[in-house]
Design a protein around this ligand. Structure first.
Ligand SMILES: [Zn+2]
Length: 173
């Protein structure tokens, strides 16, 4: 039994109209109902906020919601990356063209003196003897192998770092 809020007479708990004064009884929510409503409202609001930002609702079981952000092929980033790599290639080519443009041509003058010796730029020319390469020891070969491996590792690390930076740059938008 409960009390009618209007006439204060006792009525049944399930009553929606007071049998004494005939007024309609407004449902007075319990604390538990209020909390449930609050939780549902908070969750619905958050879900709709995420949906407005492009997230897609995957599932809603009880009070747990799962959303996903679909990946999208970004043409702008694709074009920017392509343009950047073309630009880098173009700059490389330009550097070589500039190097070629400023490179001086070598001119030598060959002649012979009165004793029949060859003169290079007016001076006696002796053929440069081939430098005698000293035979490689096993330690030398080992050292060479190690430095080659080290260089390869550094190049690998550099490539990895560039890839990681590229990935971070594209995902942190
Ligand atoms: Zn009443």
């Amino acid at each position: 039994m409960k009390k009618c809020p209007y006439c204060a007479e006792e009525i049944q708990d399930e009553a929606i109209v007071c049998k004494h004064c005939g007024r309609e009884l407004v449902h007075i929510a319990t604390a538990e109902e209020t909390l449930d409503l609050k939780r549902a409202t908070v969750l619905d609001q958050a879900v709709s906020d995420y949906q407005n930002k492009g997230w897609v609702l995957l599932s809603k079981v009880g009070g747990v919601v799962q959303l996903k952000k679909p990946k999208k092929f970004n043409w702008l980033w694709f074009i920017l990356w392509t343009a950047a790599s073309w630009f880098a290639a173009f700059m490389g080519a330009l550097v070589y063209i500039l190097y070629y443009a400023v490179k001086k041509e070598k001119i030598i003058v060959l002649s012979t003196d009165n004793q029949g010796f060859l003169l290079l730029n007016g001076e006696i020319f002796t053929l440069p003897s081939k430098p005698i390469s000293k035979p490689q020891t096993p330690e030398d070969m080992e050292r060479q192998k190690k430095s080659t491996q080290q260089a390869l590792i550094y190049i690998g690390i550099a490539i990895l770092v560039i890839i990681v930076i590229a990935v971070i740059a594209s995902s942190s938008r």
